[in-house]
Write a protein that binds this ligand. Structure first.
Ligand code: IPE
Ligand code: IPE
Ligand code: MG
Length: 233
């Protein structure tokens, strides 16, 4: 674990399936993204209540720029609204919010909003909520490589990759039924427990998060070693 890793596990969630959720209901995909934003708050609150230390939500990948311009614009609008409308509630809940990913390609004014959200919640300690937006795991590693030197060790390099020392992911959840990482937290997921959920993100709730955490508690993590019982033998 890295030095400034928050206490409690680090969870990553790939919030996938908004489009299919909407299509299945005869709605435009944008309505699925709106429902997806509404699904965030209960899951974040449940994570904080359950003692999760860090929660990284994958909201927009750097490859998502390939989508139709109107869908991208809608997603940008949802990020703006989220930052405008949710930050105060998060602050009151003791939740620190940061964004990971590129900021230089976002619409005008967004970087300032992000900086404000981060500043307003900087002293909160109950949960660290990281929103991955215009995020690419490969680019995070590439940027770290560019900023590092040949003498760098694994721990220092990991801090460069994450940008904030948030450390390895303990549990990665992907909703929407696909079983892939789609360029999310590639370095940090080296020993992550993986949980793929068929439910579409807008239908994922606090109960699903609690089930995932209960399952995590049953997993035997060995990190390449042997189970404790065999070590004694
Ligand atoms: C996840 O839902 C949200 C983003 C990637 C922005 P999708 O939009 O990928 O939904 P599906 O996978 O098409 O159903
Ligand atoms: C991954 O979902 C990105 C987010 C959920 C933000 P995608 O829907 O973009 O991934 P692929 O295209 O199915 O791999
Ligand atoms: Mg998808």
């Amino acid at each position: 674990m890295q030095s400034n890793h928050s206490p409690g596990p680090h969870l990553g969630i790939i919030m996938d399936g908004n489009g299919r959720w909407a299509t299945a209901r005869g709605l435009p995909r944008g309505r699925g993204h709106e429902a997806g934003v509404r699904a965030i708050r209960p899951v974040v609150e449940a994570a904080a209540d359950a003692g999760v230390g860090t929660l990284t939500l994958y909201a927009f990948s750097s490859d998502n720029w390939k989508r139709p311009r109107a869908e991208v614009a809608l997603l940008m609008g949802l990020l703006r609204r989220y930052l405008d409308e949710e930050i105060e509630a998060l602050r009151r809940s003791g939740i620190r919010v940061t964004l990971v990913g590129r900021r230089d390609r976002l619409p005008r004014g967004m970087a300032a909003r992000i900086a404000r959200a981060e500043a307003e919640t900087a002293s909160a300690t109950r949960l660290h909520l990281r929103i991955a937006f215009d995020y690419s795991g490969r680019d995070a590693i590439l940027d770290a490589a560019r900023r590092s030197d040949p003498a760098v060790d694994r721990q220092a390099f990991g801090r460069l990759v994450s940008g904030d020392g948030s450390g390895d992911v303990d549990l990665l959840i992907r909703t929407g039924g696909e079983k892939r990482l789609s360029d999310f937290l590639l370095w940090e997921c080296a020993y992550a427990e993986l949980r793929f959920v068929d439910r579409m993100w807008p239908d994922f709730g606090a109960g699903d998060l609690m089930a995932a955490l209960a399952d995590l508690a049953t997993r035997h993590r060995r990190f390449g070693g042997l189970p404790a019982a065999s070590v004694a033998a």
